[in-house]
Ligand binder design. Sequence first.
Ligand code: FES
Length: 184
Amino acid sequence: MNDRRLVLRVATGSGLALVLPRTSGAQVRARDARPQEGDRFVVAAGDSKGTVVRLPDLQTGSPPLSVLPRDPSGTIRDGSRLNQILMVRLDETRMSAATRTRSAQGVLAYSAVCTHTGCDGLSWAAETLRFRCPCHESEFDAADGARVVGGPAPRRLPALPLKIVDDYVVAAATFSARAGVIQP
Ligand code: FES
């Protein structure tokens, strides 16, 4: 058996074999790990799923893009729902000063998992630049570090600082806080 593949003989005696990709321990760890500095991002769903995100893919005024981090070796970090990220490009003049320091040419990234009880599927209000949770209606101000501006969420959505490298959107650090729900 070679190192990259796992071959399972079918126990029917037919002689057919199933060839499955083998996932190394390192790959499993990379898939489960939170985004790290140097990660790029891929589109998480839809026709462009798997496409690596470049700056021109994000237009000011367009709805957020659902993305997943991808480590420098090409492993997509899809092993945890806590790695779901919302990426949006805003007019920098509308951002708070602290938010602007985390953005890259107006692009911002936040955890897509609500800090209340962990729902995802947040919607977007373009007029107010707010994410809205479908479960209990918490709202988060994207232009001000995703601080809570309504609903029961106890804390803001963690932010992921960004930079632009060769036109690619790249993580400049890890999440600003733990993603998801923090139990008291
Ligand atoms: S899970 Fe988001 S507001 Fe309750």
